[in-house]
Design a protein around this ligand. Structure first.
Ligand SMILES: [Zn+2]
Ligand SMILES: [Zn+2]
Length: 346
């Protein structure tokens, strides 16, 4: 079968024939992949840098961790999933043995194995995955949209960490795929006003609007974030600010538009340390929290939304293409004006 692989710790990917996976070992299932999205982390892996050095000892392997498909075989002891089930898969499998797992915080597992990063992933016709990490989809769920479950669940987790609730005004800094997912999730959680913010980001802000943002701000045509928010809302404060930019200034910018007692969630991956005014942070009793990855609860919430409200996420899929054309798919993603490129095995 054709697979998109990372062969060695250097720039690039390889599209090549590999044998299909072996019969699923105990606890695993074999999934026939329907669709698999290219993620921002796949782009980092393509370019190769020190932040993905943990993959070095696992190479070569098949990439792809945002996917959906149909179960075609089950290993010994699998009872929650049956052949024929349509599923999406939580790619980061918890060990169920470390102290965090045993304490019930499986999302804080210290020994995760991630499909497409530390074991063979879904950029191929078949993939083996742990049955316990499968999310069974409701009948009729659009399998291409189900490949969006991973980023949308990351978005829902960030909104949950921020405590987004009915009637909130939420500002989302960064209109990339995760920012877009946060916009959609915040609306589903009842936020009345969701403002997406970018910088020279027309196409991605348009997608954010299609996904439910009530307003967008392009900082290229504003003197500051604060002025942009004031012009839009008549005030300068939001209930929750969620940052998905990875720019160190997004923390101080975000705090400058956060109400007293409001919550700023940092969900970006930051290359540099941030600095901000701790005195006003303390006096305003603001909260700074971190969100990373997702929990099963978010997957189940989002799976239900995709089944009942598919139209509200369709704009996130910018293009579908054959796995054979993965190089072209990656190239389009690097251009920064597409949202999700979805690969389809033949
Ligand atoms: Zn991803
Ligand atoms: Zn663990």
């Amino acid at each position: 079968m054709l697979a998109v692989r990372k062969l060695r710790p250097a720039t690039g990917i390889s599209i090549e024939e590999v044998p299909p996976p072996s019969a699923p070992p105990p606890g695993d299932v074999t999934i026939q992949v329907h669709a698999a999205g290219i993620c921002g982390s796949d782009l980092h892996v393509y370019q190769w840098g020190t932040s993905y050095d943990f993959m070095r000892s696992r190479l070569p392997l098949t990439l792809g961790h945002e996917f959906s498909g149909k179960v075609v075989a089950t290993g010994e002891g699998v009872t929650n999933i049956a052949i024929g089930d349509r599923v999406a898969v939580m790619p980061a499998g918890s060990c169920l043995r470390c102290s965090n797992c045993l304490g019930g915080d499986v999302h804080l597992c210290t020994d995760k194995k991630t499909l497409g990063l530390t074991r063979d992933g879904a950029f191929s016709r078949f993939v083996n995955a742990p049955a316990l990490d499968c999310i069974k989809l409701a009948p009729g769920t659009d399998l291409t949209l189900a490949a969006l479950l991973e980023p949308l669940s990351v978005g829902d987790n960030a909104a949950a960490v921020g405590g987004v609730t009915s009637g909130d005004t939420v500002v989302v800094l960064g209109p990339g795929t995760i920012g877009q997912a946060i916009v959609r999730a915040a609306r589903w959680r009842g936020a009345t006003r969701v403002i997406a913010v970018g910088m020279n980001d027309k196409p991605r802000l348009e997608t954010a609007l299609a996904l439910g943002a009530t307003d967008v701000i392009d900082l290229a045509s504003e003197s500051s974030l604060k002025d942009g928010i004031r012009a839009l809302t008549g005030s300068t404060t939001a209930d929750v600010v969620i940052e998905a930019t990875g720019h160190e200034t997004s923390i101080s910018d975000g705090l400058s538009i956060l109400r007293k007692g409001g919550v700023l969630v940092s969900a970006g991956i930051h290359a540099r340390p941030a600095s901000f005014d701790l005195t006003s942070f303390v006096r305003n009793q603001q909260q700074l929290r971190a969100a990373h990855g997702s929990r099963r609860k978010s997957w189940e919430i989002i799976a239900r939304h995709i089944a009942t409200d598919p139209a509200s996420v369709r704009a996130m899929v910018s293009m579908e293409m054959s796995l054979r054309d993965a190089e072209e798919g990656f190239r389009r993603c690097f251009e920064r004006n597409v949202s999700k490129v979805v690969l389809r095995p033949e």
